[in-house]
Design a protein around this ligand. Structure first.
Ligand code: AHM
Ligand code: MG
Length: 339
């Protein structure tokens, strides 16, 4: 039963307690991410008021140097991660290279930082300045090296090895969704107490979709299979509830979240200009794929499971088809007929 007073921290600690070997580092790391996102949420809400949008390097009315929101979000997350002392490297969509972090020395001994964190600090950049929902996406892996600052091999792991993933949407309210591989849980920020409170536990995505989310402006650049599939979704057929509704915000987190709750498919395919699509494997596709699978949905690059892709570089792009499982299976079929 959903309790009004289950905070995010209490939820993750209770999950971790089920594992006697757990040290608590993962709970603390996730709590640090939630803290950073609360700070970002405040700034997103204040952005219009204090006139900081889009003015990197300029002064605000208090005469302080101000930053663009995406730079601000990146700095907040990176600093909180560095201070927390649970991770040996941070990888951000905003940074070209990963940032290695050394082990910490406390109580006269070195403590190995066990985790790696990837994040897209402020996803939906084209919506930042127009007051449309944006979000933060995060993903956590266990290191594969034994100690010291993290190395590239720690950062470049397949999505299947994630130990936690989630996102925060800064919308009509601020919502945090996470998984540690034991279901998908949703929390809503109560600004009066400053806590994320549990609003929905063990969320599952409907198997069938009624909506599709894609940037149809790119239609002329798509492959034949992709064009046929989207045309199929728009045909009339009462048995399969077609035509589907089209919903596209242009913020992946917001489009994904709606589809997660109501059923739907989000697509960002390859096209003849971007042969690997637009979205990033490590910062966007992998974390959302972990979540969708935990919710009973499916995620694919059009041909194979996203979580099985061997990453070659931190900023690698991938086509993405994610959401209700029946729909993702069907688009894979359409795309295979392209070959
Ligand atoms: P960003 O990380 O620069 O914000 O880009 C990712 C965003 C996603 O949130 C969204 O799904 C997609 O880009 C929208 O792209 P487009 O404007 O090409 O439809
Ligand atoms: Mg992004």
């Amino acid at each position: 039963m959903v309790s009004r007073f289950t905070t995010f921290y209490r939820h993750i600690v209770e999950e971790e307690r089920k594992y006697p070997e757990a040290t608590g580092q993962l709970s603390d790391l996730l709590a640090d991410i939630a803290l950073a996102c609360k700070v970002i949420s405040l700034e997103v809400n204040r952005a219009g008021l204090i006139d900081i949008l889009g003015f990197t390097g300029e002064e605000n009315i208090q005469g302080e140097q101000v930053k663009k929101l995406d730079v601000y979000a990146n700095d907040v997350l990176t600093n909180v991660m560095k201070q927390g002392g649970h991770i040996c490297a941070v990888c951000s969509e905003e940074e070209e290279n990963f940032i290695p972090i050394d082990d910490k020395f406390t109580e006269n001994k070195y403590v190995t930082n066990k985790y790696i964190c990837h994040f897209d600090p402020l996803d939906g950049s084209s919506n930042i300045e127009v007051n449309v929902s944006i979000g933060t996406i995060f993903s956590v892996y266990k290191r594969v090296t034994s100690s010291g600052p993290g190395a590239l091999e720690d950062c470049l792991q397949k999505g299947i090895h994630q130990v936690a993933a989630g996102y925060v949407i800064y919308g009509s309210s601020t919502v945090l969704v996470y998984t540690t591989g034991k279901g998908v849980h949703v929390f809503t920020l109560d600004p009066s107490v400053g806590e994320f409170l549990l609003s929905n536990e063990n969320v599952t995505i409907p198997k069938k979709a009624k909506t599709f989310s894609v940037n149809e402006g790119n239609f002329c650049k798509w492959s034949g299979g992709m064009k046929k599939y989207v045309s199929y979704l728009k045909e009339i057929d009462s048995e399969t509830s077609r035509p589907y509704s089209s919903r596209y915000i242009g913020s992946l987190v917001a489009d994904f979240h709606r589809n997660l709750l109501y059923g739907g498919i989000f697509m960002y395919p390859a096209d003849n200009k971007n042969i690997n699509g637009k979205l990033r494997l490590m910062y966007e596709a992998n974390p959302l794929s972990f979540i969708v699978e935990q919710a009973g949905g499916k995620s694919s690059d059009g041909n194979k499971r996203i979580l099985d892709i061997e990453p070659k570089s931190l900023h690698q792009r991938t086509p993405l088809f994610i959401g209700s499982s029946d729909e993702v299976t069907l688009i894979e079929k359409y795309l295979s007929e392209d070959l």
